[in-house]
Design a protein around this ligand. Structure first.
Ligand SMILES: [Zn+2]
Ligand SMILES: [Zn+2]
Length: 372
């Protein structure tokens, strides 16, 4: 995320912070801060003790903006030259509060734009609008999905910011120079499947844990509101649910070396993938890939196909269900009989999972009520 932060600082946030909190303010603040420091140092030996102790030095180093690595690397490796605005604010680039605010702003905007653009493209060019007539399609479903996703994304970002702060301070194994990793250019190739396999495994078990009845009720049920998904359901989670399922993406670069560009590519790819498995178009009937057909089964029948990228962990743990054959037949998949069969089976499993009462309002039932 350091690349994103450096671009944002250089082209927008250096100027913004300089206008809101200009460095010239320090002329007014320094006398007070200075006298406070002097008083503390002269009247007590505490300051000396703290600053000489190894732990104290560590804390001071962490708090002092000048000593902290900015963007995870030392200055010579920064992407852009400094501008007149670089040091023009009281809140320096390495200030943790400033970094948190900037990261929250850019990641929320990036998350919203990525979600809206990818889901809209999928909706216009891929999604089969015949699904609107499915008996388990909800009343006003798309607007409900969008509202849910748009309000969850900023909360998920708040919890994600600490991971980015750790990356910025150089604690992760993210790197920029290709030869920094043992494998050189080869490492860029094998890091991609390693990342996918690592996160696929963890997301499977986190997703299964989210189906534990007491956790499901509060945190995962909101995502299962959508029985027949549209691409806009992809990010419509309870924020805790979305954050929990994103954790393996943040764990990986703290455990294994990962090139920064690969990380950005993978970050974008997982967002695309999340939309693709919710668009209901069953392009792949591959036995290994957990495509839209597998995830459609998960939304219809709850207890199967918890996987994200592959069917590996579902197969190994006995939760794999082969997608119904009709899903791959363009006519049969929107046949009324297929839908009625799906709805009857889904109602039965839903009652077992959620109990008798159904909190959903279905479009088909609502229009039937209006007609009678
Ligand atoms: Zn689920
Ligand atoms: Zn889903």
């Amino acid at each position: 995320m350091d690349i994103g932060l450096e671009i944002a600082d250089t082209f927008a946030f250096d100027i913004l912070y300089a206008k809101i909190l200009p460095a010239s303010l320090s002329n007014y603040l320094e006398p007070q801060i200075g006298s406070f420091k002097n008083a503390t140092a002269s009247t007590s030996a505490l300051w000396d003790t703290v600053s000489q102790h190894p732990y104290g030095q560590y804390v001071l180093k962490y708090l002092s903006p000048n000593d902290v690595k900015i963007y995870g690397v030392d200055a010579p490796l920064h992407l852009f030259e400094e501008t007149p605005w670089t040091h023009a604010s009281l809140l320096g680039r390495a200030n943790m509060l400033r970094q948190s605010l900037t990261l929250f702003t850019i990641m929320t905007i990036f998350g919203w734009l990525l979600y809206l653009s990818v889901a809209s493209l999928s909706y216009v060019f891929v999604y089969d609008k015949a699904n609107f007539n499915h008996p388990r399609y909800l009343k006003n479903q798309i607007s409900l999905e969008i509202k849910h996703a748009m309000s969850s994304i900023p909360v998920m970002v708040i919890f994600t910011v600490p991971w980015f702060l750790l990356e910025l301070r150089g604690y992760s194994k993210l790197y920029w120079e290709v030869n920094e990793s043992n494998g050189g250019y080869w490492a860029l190739v094998y890091q991609l499947p390693c990342f996918i396999m690592f996160t696929d495994c963890w997301i499977y078990f986190i997703h299964r844990a989210l189906h534990w009845p007491s956790i499901y009720k509060t945190y995962h049920k909101p995502h299962h509101k959508w029985i027949v998904c549209t691409p806009f359901a992809s990010h419509a989670f309870h924020p805790f649910d979305g954050y929990a399922q994103s954790l393996p993406y943040h764990w990986y670069p703290f455990l294994f070396p990962l090139h920064k560009v690969s990380y950005l590519v993978l970050f974008t790819f997982v967002n695309f993938w999340t939309v693709m498995i919710h668009d209901g178009e069953y392009m792949s009937n591959d036995p290994i890939i957990n495509g839209a057909a597998c995830h459609t089964i998960h939304h219809l029948y709850f207890n199967y196909n918890y996987g994200q990228f592959t069917t590996l962990w579902d197969r190994m743990c006995g939760s794999y269900k082969e997608p119904d054959r009709e899903l791959f037949d363009s006519k049969a998949k929107k046949d009324k009989k297929t839908w009625e069969k799906q709805a009857a089976k889904m109602d039965q499993i839903r009652t077992q999972v959620e109990g008798k009462d159904d909190f959903r309002v279905y479009e088909a039932e609502e229009s039937l009520k209006k007609q009678t």
